[in-house]
Design a protein around this ligand. Structure first.
Ligand SMILES: Nc1ncnc2c1ncn2[C@@H]1O[C@H](COP(=O)(O)OP(=O)(O)OP(=O)(O)O)[C@@H](O)[C@H]1O
Length: 254
C-alpha cells in the first residue's frame, strides 16, 4: 500500500516585503494526519509561512500545495477542506458572533448549519456572548470565536497561528484538548505556530524551528531534546532563538 501524499508541501518558499525577507527559501513536507509545531522568535517568519500556505498571501517565489492543489493556481478546489485561525485576521466586527458563524458556515458549504453552530458554541463556551457584535468582545473571547470559525467545516487541514495566545490557563487547556480531539476524530493535519512550549510538547509530533526566515531545526520533540542535550523544549527554544545551538545539532538538522 502506498503512503498517502503529504497534506502540505512547500518548496523554496520566499516572501520578501519591501525591505525584509520574511521567509527565505523554506521547504516543508507535512504528512497527512500529523500535528506539527512551528516555532521561532518574534519576526522569525511563522505568520508569513502560515498565511502563504493558506493562500492569504502571495509568495514572492516558490510553491505551496495543500491536499494536492497548487495554492497559487487552484486553491478553490481545496479551500472547503481546510481552515485557519489567526489573531491577525479579524472577523467583521459589527456582525454578532452568530451572524459571523452563519456567514462562514454558508461560505464553507456546511450541511446542517444551525446544529453545527450550536455544537461549537457549546464546546467553545460562546453562549454568553453569541448575540453580541464580534468587535466588542475581549481578546480571549475573540480567540474562541475564531477557533469556532476555524472548526466550522470540520477541516482536514487546520492552520493555527498562536491559538491560545490570549487565553487564561484554564481556557487554554481545554482549547488544546479540543484541538487534540479534532485531530483524533478527523485524522486532521494541523500546523500550529506557538510560543508556548507546553502546548507544543503536548500536541505536536514534530517541531520546526524558524529563525530569520529559515528553518534551522526540524525533528520530533524527543529528538530535539536529545540533540541539544536539554531537558525541556523551552531550553531548546532559547538555544535556537539566540543562535547558540551546538554546531553538531545544527549540522544534523539542516
Ligand atoms: N505586511 C508586512 N509588511 C512588511 N513587513 C512585514 C509584514 N508582515 C511581516 N513583516 C516582517 O516579516 C518578518 C516576519 O514576520 P512574521 O509575522 O511572519 O513573523 P512571526 O514569526 O510570525 O513573528 P511573531 O512571533 O512576532 O508573530 C518580520 O521582520 C516582520 O516585520
Amino acid at each position: 500500500m502506498h503512503a498517502p501524499p503529504p497534506a502540505i508541501e512547500v518548496e523554496n518558499l520566499v516572501k520578501v516585503y519591501r525591505r525584509t525577507t520574511a521567509v527565505d527559501g523554506i521547504n516543508l513536507s507535512i504528512a497527512s494526519g500529523s500535528v506539527v509545531g512551528l516555532l521561532g522568535g518574534n519576526g522569525a517568519g511563522k505568520t508569513t509561512t502560515i498565511s502563504s500556505i493558506m493562500g492569504l498571501l502571495r509568495p514572492t517565489s516558490g510553491s505551496v500545495r495543500v491536499l494536492g492543489a497548487d495554492m497559487m493556481r487552484d486553491r478553490y478546489r481545496v479551500l472547503h477542506r481546510m481552515n485557519f485561525e489567526s489573531p491577525y485576521v479579524d472577523l467583521p466586527g459589527r456582525l454578532t458572533v452568530r451572524q459571523n458563524l452563519l456567514v462562514f458556515a454558508r461560505l464553507y458549504g456546511v450541511p446542517d448549519i444551525v446544529a453545527r453552530i450550536a455544537t461549537l458554541a457549546d464546546e467553545l463556551d460562546l453562549l454568553d456572548f453569541i448575540d453580541q457584535p464580534f468587535g466588542r468582545l475581549s481578546a480571549g473571547q475573540k480567540t474562541r470565536v475564531s477557533l469556532a470559525k476555524a472548526l466550522i467545516n470540520d477541516p482536514e487541514v487546520l492552520l493555527l497561528d498562536e491559538p491560545t495566545a490570549s487565553l487564561d490557563p484554564d481556557t487554554a487547556d481545554w482549547v488544546r484538548a479540543r484541538i487534540a480531539r479534532h485531530r483524533e476524530e478527523k485524522g486532521a493535519t494541523i500546523l500550529l505556530a506557538s510560543h508556548n512550549m507546553n502546548e507544543v510538547e503536548r500536541l505536536c509530533d514534530r517541531v520546526i524551528f524558524m529563525r530569520k526566515g529559515k528553518i534551522v531545526a526540524d525533528a520530533t520533540p524527543h529528538q530535539l531534546l536529545e540533540r541539544y542535550g536539554r531537558d525541556t523544549l523551552e531550553e531548546v527554544f532559547l538555544d535556537v532563538a539566540r543562535g547558540r545551538a551546538k554546531a553538531a545539532a545544527l549540522a544534523e538538522t539542516l
